[in-house]
Design a binder for this molecule. Sequence first.
Ligand code: ADP
Ligand code: ZN
Length: 318
Amino acid sequence: MQDDLSRTDLGKGGRTPTIGAIEAGGTKFVCGIGYADGTIVDRISFPTGAPETTLRRAADYFADRNVQAIGVGSFGPIDLRPGSETYGFVTTTPKPGWSGFDFLGALRRRFDVPYGWDTDVNAAAYGEAIWGAAAGLDDCVYYTIGTGVGIGVYAGGRLLHGLLHPEGGHMPVRRHPGDGFAGRCPYHGDCLEGMASGPAIEDRWGVKAHELAPDHPAWEIEAHYLAQSVATAILLLSPRKVILGGGVMQQKHLLPLIRSGVAKLLNGYVAAPELGAGLDDYIVEPGLGTESGLKGALALGVRALESAKKQAAEAGIR
Ligand code: ADP
Ligand code: ZN
């Protein structure tokens, strides 16, 4: 059930059947229904509570809506390994009650349909690759810079999983010389998320991030960390588009600071026009606005349905 369908199959999907989508965040769940052309026709959102209650609420939303498949982009870490006994589970999260929770199992007990399942950031990267800023491209990275920092990777037309799945939000970063903040990651202290998440900005400066003026030194420090990570992603993954989303990126002055930080760090070494004159069109905001995650989950659902149909057709031939 991997990425064996091309984007074009998805793009041609039309307006039926109805597909369910869940953007499962650590602070809120968004559930929606939509079509294979990327249209979301209805949605609800509610705070993430205890796992059983939260999944019951999500399943109640889909009841009587005749969904043909459901796609889920979830906070994690989660188990994505096909054949694993705990496939579909949330694994080692510090979030109370969620560690070891059988997320997909809770849905399967209610709806016997094909499921798409990936991390929240991989789902968002996928949404952007199908219908957003990276439409038509086989390689992109998607960042969320919000309550946490996460990086979704779409490479060679596939969402990257590997050993578990990438956890780019926790990459080590070089400290800004003027930054005495210890960092707030419970595992690493001063990793990228520990230094650059919204709550890290707020702990460092003692005010809400949106209250900091555009010329406040906070933003240069923020860009310092994000630019390092983006430069690392470019060097390691060679994406064709870098998409930066999440609440912190609502600060529109941050994007140009990150672009110039990346250019400075790479110093002309990666010789591509995208990293020169084309930089403004290379490191970009999400094409789907705040819907990358939900639409990505929808795309995962569409893909799951298409794979199930293909498998059924192949079984019929045999
Ligand atoms: P989540 O990561 O929980 O899914 P968001 O991406 O909206 O949700 O991130 C929320 C965090 O982003 C907040 O805790 C806050 O620190 C930061 N944030 C939200 N809106 C803004 C804003 N307009 N400007 C700066 N920071 C913001
Ligand atoms: Zn960390």
